[in-house]
Ligand binder design. Structure first.
Ligand code: S3P
Length: 754
């Protein structure tokens, strides 16, 4: 095996041996092979780099540029005493090269390659050696440029790029380790994959786009008026066809070597293109917009992923820290973003309606965007959001299509619970997944009534996501006595009830937000509310409508508390939703002595709204009435800050639900308040907070948006700096929080890491 010996000093602090490869041979010194050599040299992990090429001019230039240390024109001489060979010649020449190398390979030299097709290379190796030898490690760096040749070699080419290795069952661990270590030294990230899978993926993502670019340029270049075409070809043509300047020999070899997968990708693409052609021919705007909005969203998402900004499953969100200076002020007139609960429901019902629903004031936060994306995934055309405006081309109650994969709902419990009900009635299967926090939240509470309705739905044994729903079930209406006051469970059952035979009814132990009922009525669906029981009958239809989403009282709550605790404060919050099932925060703050005035009360699209003026007031501690708990369920983290600034003790009971929100809000708030020197004692179903002086310190939001924002406003009354960790999720519900908070007078600065 190759000599991989540690160099001196071994000082990476982790006790790991530093890589050193005495001799590397590069076969084919173009962009790929040359860059590999340069990167190994730059990392100081190679002794001598030998270069082999059939062209003496290439060798001479590579020597001149310092890419190689020694040039060889005989492959057998080149292989003498080499530890690692990188085969980086066009893949059409692989078989002949291996044939020539065979007599000089002694089993100790490790060979890897950089070919864009793995199946054909493995086949070549098998042909020459009778089997895949243990020293062969098939590989493919996903990096390159339309430039080629030795001049294009770049030591940084692989930095932060992916390299796919497709080790064969025979490949030895030592060989794989060495190749991995070498690639890592170039700055690349390594992925292991099956060779066939690699070839199919690359056919779609790399080979097909190259083929299309070559074909488009050739087609246009053959036109008589090609001069004209190229003269007027602007950005679009340039961007789309950049890769048509790539090396024709190399791409010829790739298309031939990966023939079957390339044809598969091309046929699939042709069907998509044909569908688009038909849409243009028929002037079918809905089909065209559908294709293009889905493509745009996918491309935007990809752009963010490239910039490592994506909020996505596979990507750890950037860590965000808030640093808040003590003091500050709270003044002005502001409009917080749209209501999250109503935004979710506007997409869901708009998608299920017949006709086009227009929404304004939509919350462009990650939670409601997760719902929006889900419906796009299920084939609904949705334009926007564009400054809060969204147009949803409803597909009717039976018009959703199976999504291509699992539906990823990020941090959003509301999306997952409401969608469970809605999807239980569909004619296809669905899987619902979420982020770390959502993956720990209880879903048995929705699975239980749905199972009673005849749905086939499964959670993990712990009752947590993923949720797997088997479609094509006949749902029957049930009466469900909810064991807990939860608008999400109520809404889930009612949405499933749209698909059930007969009447579905829900009785709630205490009033919870009734946006689902109100909005269903707005879409022309009959929903009865008799006392605490809400019912509807399945089999109807929804008629598209217009929805004006009021500002979210749950976001306004941070500023209501902020103004209440900040001497001299006077703020007006405009157009805030004051649905009676949501105004617990106003009732509780008033009971504590808060100075809150409502004006301009009106009804917008079935929801009451008002402007809310809040001025500073000396607050006093109270025992919070338990009937207010469901009406202020999301506002307690902010209210705990009010309690910390109040005179005397504030006691909360009957609020065990807070323990299963985006975080355990009782424990996390108690921990943070204690860090800041406030006397806060968690109890199983609430908390006891004694008002007093708030100090400074470092607190953790546990990725819970409402915890992060609550500690931000606490700084208005703190006597030292408050640093809040894990604030990225503020984007789930309140994307403009930082700018509104600073405009109003909070001394907040934001730092992003990672
Ligand atoms: C919501 C209901 C509440 C609330 C959540 C949004 C809704 O949850 O906490 O932020 O939109 O229906 P529960 O129903 O679980 O109490």
């Amino acid at each position: 095996m190759a000599r991989v010996r540690p160099t001196q000093p071994q000082n990476n602090g982790a006790g790991m041996k530093r890589l050193f490869i005495p001799r590397v041979l590069i076969v084919g010194i173009g962009l790929i092979g040359g860059s590999f050599a340069c990167a190994l040299k730059a990392a100081g992990v190679v002794g001598e780099v030998v270069g082999y090429s059939r062209r003496t001019t290439t060798l001479a230039r590579a020597l001149e540029l310092g890419i190689i240390d020694r040039a060889e024109t005989s492959i057998v001489d080149a292989l003498a005493d080499v530890d690692l060979v990188m085969l980086a010649a066009p893949i059409g020449s692989t078989r002949a090269l291996l044939e020539a190398m065979k007599p000089a390979l002694n089993g100790k030299t490790i060979v890897t390659d950089a070919g864009s097709v793995k199946g054909s290379v493995i086949e070549d190796v098998q042909q020459i050696f009778g089997r895949v030898p243990e020293w062969f490690v098939p590989g493919h760096p996903i990096a390159g440029a339309e430039k080629s040749g030795v001049e294009a070699a770049d030591a940084k080419l692989y930095q932060d790029h992916k390299v796919i290795l497709t080790p064969h069952g025979n490949t030895s661990a030592a060989a794989l380790d060495l190749v991995c270590a070498a690639w890592r030294a170039t700055g690349a990230e390594i992925l292991l994959m099956d060779a066939n899978h690699h070839d199919r993926v690359l056919a779609a993502t790399s080979h097909l786009p190259h083929l299309l670019a070559f074909s488009l340029v050739d087609t246009l270049a053959k036109e008589n008026e090609n001069q004209e075409i190229f003269r007027y070809a602007a950005g679009g043509f340039r961007d789309f066809t950049r890769i048509a300047s790539s090396d024709p020999t190399m791409w010829h070899d790739i298309f031939v070597a990966n023939r079957d997968s390339v044809l598969g990708a091309l046929d699939h693409f042709s069907r998509g293109l044909e569908a688009m052609r038909r849409a243009v021919e028929a002037q079918d705007s809905q089909a065209l917009l559908g294709i293009m909005t889905r493509a745009k969203v996918a491309r935007d998402h990809f752009t963010k992923m490239l910039a490592k900004r994506a909020y996505s499953h596979s990507m750890k969100a950037h860590n965000v820290t808030y640093t808040v200076q003590p003091g500050g002020s709270m003044n002005g007139t502001l409009r917080v973003p749209g209501d999250k609960s109503i935004s979710h429901r506007s997409i869901m019902l708009g998608a299920l309606a017949d006709g086009i629903t227009e929404v304004s004031g939509f919350l462009e936060g990650e939670d409601s965007l997760a719902t929006l994306q889900t419906f796009r995934d299920m084939g609904v055309v949705i334009e926007g959001p564009n400054e809060g405006r969204v147009r949803i081309f409803g597909v009717g109650l039976r018009g959703l299509r199976a999504a291509p994969g699992a539906l990823y709902l990020g941090n959003s419990g509301t999306s997952m619970r409401l969608l469970s009900g809605l999807l239980a009635g569909q004619a296809f299967d669905s899987t619902l997944t979420g982020d770390e926090s959502l993956s720990h939240r209880p879903m048995g509470r929705v699975a239980k009534p749905l199972l009673q309705m005849g749905a086939v739905i499964a959670t993990e044994p712990s009752g947590t996501p993923p949720i797997r729903i088997t479609g094509r079930q006949r749902l029957r209406g049930i009466h469900y006595d909810m064991p807990m006051a939860s608008a999400q469970v109520k809404s889930c059952v009612l949405l499933a009830g749209l698909y059930a035979e007969g009447e579905t009814s829900v009785t709630e132990p205490a009033p919870t937000r009734d946006h689902t009922e109100r909005m269903l009525r707005g879409f022309g669906y009959t929903v009865k509310t008799e006392g605490s029981t809400i019912s509807l009958t399945g089999g109807g239809s929804l008629k598209a409508t217009q929805i004006d989403v009021p500002a979210d009282i749950s976001s306004a709550a941070f500023f209501m508390v902020a103004a209440s605790i900040c001497p001299g404060a006077d703020i007006t919050l405009q157009h805030v939703g004051i649905n009676p099932t949501r105004i617990g925060v106003i009732n509780i703050l008033r009971a504590m002595g808060g100075n809150i005035e409502l004006s301009n009360e009106r009804e917008v699209g079935g929801e009451p709204v008002a402007d809310i003026r809040v001025c500073y007031a000396a607050l006093k501690g109270i025992h919070i009435p338990e009937d207010q708990v469901p009406l202020a369920i999301d506002e307690f983290p902010a209210l705990f800050i009010a309690a910390a600034c109040a005179q005397g003790e504030t006691v909360l009971t009957g609020a065990e639900e807070l323990r299963v929100k985006e975080s355990d809000r009782i424990q996390v708030m108690a921990d943070g308040l204690n860090t800041l020197g406030v006397d806060a004692k968690p109890t199983p179903d609430g908390i006891i907070i004694r008002g007093g002086i708030i100090g400074g310190g470092e607190v953790y939001s546990h990725s819970d948006h409402r915890i992060a924002m609550s500690f931000t406003i606490a700084a208005l009354r703190a006597n030292d700096v408050i640093v809040i960790q894990d604030c990225a999720n503020v984007m789930t519900s309140f994307p403009t929080f930082v700018s509104l908070a600073t405009a109003a007078g909070i001394r907040l600065s934001v730092e992003r890491h990672g």
